[in-house]
Design a protein around this ligand. Structure first.
Ligand SMILES: *Cc1c(COP(=O)(O)O)cnc(C)c1O
Length: 393
């Protein structure tokens, strides 16, 4: 057998993540590998921490990237804050809330589910009610930006309610960070995790996390050991340490992946967080004009929509998978399918990070319109023109 180098096709990534990685980031990742305790690397880690604090809008000392994907950031929050028997209120309005429940139970906790319809935001009144009925709850967990449906929940209000009931909060911002406001300190979030491959334009495989002083105190006061050795923050803190504290070897950091995240965060600082949020909003408005011009509609009510993840309703009788397959084959364009209860019912069009640009909006609308037309699906034309009008307004 002859083996050859793997050369991936050049795609445009407009699904639920990974999103297009900026060439500057790929270039940074190709730089020479150095030792993970090299003073030069340690300096880079300190800069990274400061830039993550900016991205999360927090002064939290414990703000680091976990050396594994978003799911590991999720698990880090749950295994460190939950001790056996702890009661956790989990608000679920999509796929990822279900994973939170799994995490609670596998950590020995008791999950109390507060369910909302998929495609709707978490209802603060239901959380309030659940907290009244469960005065012994210790933690409230919810997903800020549900990538499975394209819904954003009101994190500030949910955190206020949780704090009024003396609960710590765990918030999933994997899809929101860098795309829409995530104000960790202002909202009083205690434990937050994100991912690198969505609105940060970076490769998958790292998970930025941040913990408030209250959360750190709770972790330090644990009566039982964290079940996961790798994710135990008491050990990881010794590695990421602060200031002059000597760093103890815990695991070998994914050096080159961290170069990539560093570059992504430099780019975020260059653009400015507010400008990044505005860009995501503007490109969503253009995409929306095109989608509506075709006569297609969105799953989510306007006020709750995520600009970076658009769930578009598949027209009656259309084989949605065939459309996606043709987009990939003929246009090298990836969009996402519906998950769980929404499988077959929606397409998920991502406009995340570097991929949130006018070129992609026009490309996606043009490709979708031509394929739907070719498949004799009754839609209106003019998607690109409608998007252009918004873009030039
Ligand atoms: C993508 C995603 C995750 C998981 O991140 P991975 O990097 O795939 O492990 C978790 N939560 C939400 C809301 C996501 O969109």
């Amino acid at each position: 057998m002859t083996v050859k180098s793997f050369v991936p096709p050049l795609r445009t990534l407009m699904g639920p993540g990974p999103s297009d990685v900026h060439p500057r980031i790929l270039e940074a990742m190709g730089r020479p590998t150095i030792g993970h305790l090299d003073p030069a690397f340690v300096g880079m880690m300190d800069e990274m921490k400061a830039m993550l604090q900016y991205a999360f809008q927090t002064k939290n000392e414990l703000t680091i990237p976990v050396s594994a994907p978003g799911s590991a950031g999720m698990e880090t929050c749950f295994v460190n804050l939950i001790e056996p028997g702890d009661k956790v209120i989990v608000c679920q309005n999509g796929v990822f809330g279900g994973r939170m429940k799994e995490n609670v139970e596998r950590s020995g906790g008791v999950a109390v589910m507060v369910e909302d319809e998929w495609g709707k935001a978490v209802d603060p009144d239901k959380l309030e009610q659940a907290l009244k009925e469960n005065p012994d709850a210790k933690i409230v967990a919810f997903v800020h930006a549900e990538t499975s449906t394209g819904v954003q929940s009101d994190a500030k209000t949910l955190c206020d309610i949780a704090r009024n009931h003396d609960c710590l909060t765990i918030v999933d911002t994997v899809t929101s960070l860098g795309g829409t406001p995530v104000m960790v300190d202002e909202w009083g979030i205690d434990a937050v995790y994100s991912g690198t491959q969505k609105c940060l334009s970076c490769t998958p495989g790292l998970s930025p996390v941040s913990f408030s002083d209250r959360a750190v105190a709770a972790i330090k006061a644990r009566k039982t050991r964290v079940q996961s050795w790798f994710l135990d923050l008491n050990l990881v803190m010794g590695y990421w340490g602060s200031g002059q504290a000597k760093r103890a070897y815990h695991h070998t950091a994914p050096i080159n992946a961290l170069y990539g995240l560093h570059e992504a965060l430099v780019m975020l600082e260059e653009e400015g967080l507010e400008n990044a949020w505005t860009r995501h909003q503007r490109n969503y408005q253009a995409l929306r004009a095109g989608i509506e011009a075709m006569g297609l509609s969105f799953l989510v009510a306007e006020a709750q929509r995520l600009p970076q993840l658009n769930a578009v309703v598949v027209p009656e009788g259309v084989d949605e998978a065939a459309v996606r397959a043709r987009l990939l084959d003929e246009f090298d364009l990836e969009i996402g399918a519906g998950l769980g209860a929404l499988a077959g019912k929606v397409w998920r069009i991502g406009l995340m990070g570097h991929a949130s640009n006018m070129k992609n909006v026009m490309y996606c609308l043009g490709a979708l319109e031509s394929i739907l037309t070719d498949m004799s699906i009754p839609i209106n034309g003019g998607a690109v023109t409608a998007a252009q009008k918004v873009a030039l307004a």
